[in-house]
Design a binder for this molecule. Sequence first.
Ligand SMILES: *Cc1c(COP(=O)(O)O)cnc(C)c1O
Length: 344
Amino acid sequence: MAIDLRSDTVTQPSAGMRDAIAHALVGDDVYGDDPTVNSLEERLAKMFGKEAGLFSPTGSLANQLAIRLLVAPGEELIAETNSHIVRAELGAAAAFSGVTTRTWPAKRGLLKASDALEIARPDSGPYLVSTTAIAVENTHNFGGGTVQPLLEMQELRKGADEMGLSLHLDAARIWNAHIASGVSFFDYGKYFDTISVCLSKGLGAPVGSLMLSTKERVAKARVWRKRYGAGMRQVGLLAAAGHYALDHNIARLADDHRRAKELATTIAAIDSSLIDVSGVETNIVGLDLTSLPFSASELSVRCRENGLWISALGPKYARLVTHMDFDDSQLLQAKEILKKALVA
Ligand SMILES: *Cc1c(COP(=O)(O)O)cnc(C)c1O
């Protein structure tokens, strides 16, 4: 069996999760009648200190519903250059909502409030695009699973309030940030007007994300979700997997983080230019192959031939992501495969 470290989305629902799915109480969620969806929406809203939540099939849609509500057509959202919203949602903000984006680059995706505030231009008048919202990603996926500093988010909120800007949090992997930093979900949530969370990354649910915000925004998002074709019926089957994931799979993320760190340590011992071990804070291990004579896709082929699947996300950038279906014996095997594959 291949060891698949392309992403933390590749996990199989566990026996316990399948059991929870099988026994879920359900109703027609388009009528608001699914008790398992309703309780999941309430549960997550409460965890993050928001009034309400909306179940969505994907994190991209949860992000896009939030953007739709915060930014009017013809206005702009600003975000870090390598954020998921900018690079991995296929231009959805433009295609769905007529929203343009402008970006600031940050090393490892780490937020500095001043970087964002310096390029923000609210109320730009009749010539320039007006900024209406800023998006932050925590943890930062393409930044290598980095955890955003709370202080910078506080500063960003202060600056945004002074400029009359809204803040969105792409919290797809906020579970990992919480485990790495010890900061509560409530504290992460309180600086943002809208939040999207994913249950199908490290938490191991097959499907499911939620958009969290005020009652009023969530009511509007419900209409837009249906308009986009994502009003679902007995979707409590999926919400039950989400409840199970929240009950059982948050604390265990510490194991994923430990294994990611061990992979990074092994890789750094082969060639210290490939990775800074201290930068591996969560479950994502990003490799900079600049000093090696082969590309990331060549490395991924070398690994795959030996039974290890990894991602090539740039010409010289490879990514490994640990997850709940990757255990200590697979960790030993993965280290051996990497030792062979990384020899130039
Ligand atoms: C995975 C991910 C999403 C959502 O992705 P979907 O595949 O649409 O569920 C959003 N933001 C980040 C940072 C992600 O890693």
